[in-house]
Write a protein that binds this ligand. Structure first.
Ligand code: HEC
Length: 171
């Protein structure tokens, strides 16, 4: 057997065992046996075949932390959903199992969110220099984006993506 091929096979089995951490690079859908089980937003962590999130009892929204600040997505089918036993702040920690297309995953957060960083510099750096994210609080950023919306000719979807990019990076 060619040496390169052998190394590749070893590498693939190692990653399968270690369960590498990946980041979702665009809003996408998670599948189990061809069925859509959850909608997952960019920047969410995907590890060992699951997106771990926090939910409030009886609600489909997936949060990145036990607060309502960052939304990871939404459950579409509860059969893919398994509580981890952790409860905090009235939020329950769950693992949502399913597959995400390889093309929609990156091994680093920075790579996963690169296209939104580009969007930020493109849309918000044309008239003045792009303002550093640390200059304002998350709350202030929301107001800034809304007030710059017409200046920058942004769609509501772009505003939403930029806001998400900013708060994920300010975590
Ligand atoms: C078409 C030109 C234009 C674009 C595009 C634009 N801005 Fe501005 N921006 C301005 C002008 C003009 C001001 C100063 C006057 C004002 O506040 O309206 C400003 C001021 C600001 C300020 C306050 C001053 C500071 O430096 O802290 C922030 C923050 C800001 N912009 C962020 C953004 C963001 C974020 C985007 C992208 C969504 C953006 N801008 C896109 C023209 C633009």
């Amino acid at each position: 057997m060619k040496r390169g091929l052998l190394v590749l096979i070893v590498l693939i089995s190692v990653t399968a065992v270690a369960g590498v951490r990946n980041y979702v690079r665009r809003d996408t859908v998670m599948y189990v046996a061809g069925n859509e089980v959850a909608f997952i937003r960019f920047g969410a962590v995907y590890e060992n075949g699951a997106v771990k999130s926090w939910v409030k009892k009886g609600e489909p929204t997936l949060y990145a932390s036990p607060s309502e600040e960052i939304v990871n997505g939404r459950i579409m089918d509860y059969s893919s959903f398994s509580p981890t036993g952790e409860v905090r702040n009235g939020f329950i920690r769950v693992a949502v199992y399913g597959t995400i297309k390889k093309a929609d995953l990156s091994s680093t957060f920075q790579d996963a969110t690169m296209q939104y960083e580009d969007l930020y510099y493109e849309k918000c750096g044309s008239c003045h220099r792009a303002v550093s994210l640390g200059r304002y609080s998350k709350r202030q950023w929301y107001g800034i984006l809304t007030s710059m919306q017409s200046h920058a000719g942004l769609s509501p979807h772009e505003i939403d993506s930029l806001y998400r990019y900013i708060i994920l990076n300010k975590e």
